[in-house]
Write a protein of this length. Sequence first.
Length: 355
Amino acid sequence: MYRKSLQRPWRHHGASLSTSSPGRPWVVRQELMSRTLPIAYDYLQPQPSHLLNLTLADLHPKLKLNFRDTSLPSTEHIRRLPVGHHLVYFPPQVPLSELLPDGTDVLHSPGKPYTRRLWAGGRVRFKKSGGPYLQGKRAACVETIRDVIGKGDWPKTQITVKIERRIGLVHNGQTDESTRSRLFKEDEEDFGNSVIIENRDIVFLPTKSQEQLKEDKENFGLGERYIKPPQDPEFSLPITPTKALLFRFSALTFNAHSIHLDQNYTQNIEGYRNLLVHGPLTLALMLTALQNHFVKRMLVVQEIQYKNLIPLFVDEKMRICGKPQLSTEGNWDVWIENKDGGLAVRGTVQTGSMI
C-alpha cells in the first residue's frame, strides 16, 4: 500500500532515451521503484560505536575528544549514539550469493550494464532529542528507494538511486509490516517515530570499455580537476587515510566493495589510480570533526547535506575544514580538500543547542 504512493514520473536530464535496448533507464526505474527492500534489524550495543571510535581516534589529536579508555563501555553507563555512528549499525543483511562481482550487494543495483557504483552524497537528520541510547535495545532501519534519476544519453546514461533510511526503536517480536507502518512516512520531512533519517545518493555507471581503461591508466599521474575550496576555515584537520583505516571501516560496515580493498581491481577494472576512500567514511570523519569542534560551543549537529565531488584516495593527505556561515545563523560550511588542496567534498550543516 505505502509503496504505490511513491511512484513518480521518470526524471531525466539529457536527450531522449532509447526504449528498445536491455537495461534501458525507463524499465530500470520501474523495476527499482517497485522493490520492497528488506528491513535491517540491529541491537544498539555500544561495541560497534566503540570500535569506530578506536578506528578514528589516532587520525588526528583533535578527534580523540576525551577518548582515553580503550575498554568497551558498559550499557549500565548510558550514552547516546554519537552523530555519524549509525553508519556502523544496520549493515546489509545479504548472503555471499547475493553479492555482485565487485563485492557490493544487489539491493539497489539496476543490473547490467550499470556495474560500477559511487557514493555521490546525501543528507542526514538527527532528532532534536539526540540519538538513541546505546543500551542494547532492538532497532530497525526501514529502507526505501524514493526516486531514480537518469542523466546523459543511452547507452552512457548514469543512474542515481535515491535511498531513504529511517532508523527507530522497535519491540521484540514486532512484525515487518508493523515496523514499516511505525517508521515509514510518505512525507519525507516527517520524522514520525524515527530518530535518524538518512538519504543516500548512489550513482550507477556503465561498465568501462578497454579503451576507456587504457586512457584512465595513462592519466593516473595527472590528478583530478581542481575545484577551488572555501577560504579561512575556523578549524582544519589534516588526515592521511591508510589501507588499515579503509579495511577497518569496510569491516565495521559489512562492506566488501572492491574499490576500497583490492588495488588490482580498482586500477584494472574501475580505472582509478588507487583505492578509494569510502563515501560514508568521509561523512563520518566530517561529523566527528564537527561535533568535537562544537563541544565548547555547546552545539550539536542536527542535519548535514553533502556532495562528494571528486574521489579521495588511500595514502593521500586530505584536510577536513569547517566554518560558520555568515548568512545563516547556526549553519556551518564543512568540506574536505584533497592532496592538491582542491575541493573534494562539500557540505552544509544545521546546528542546535546542546540539551
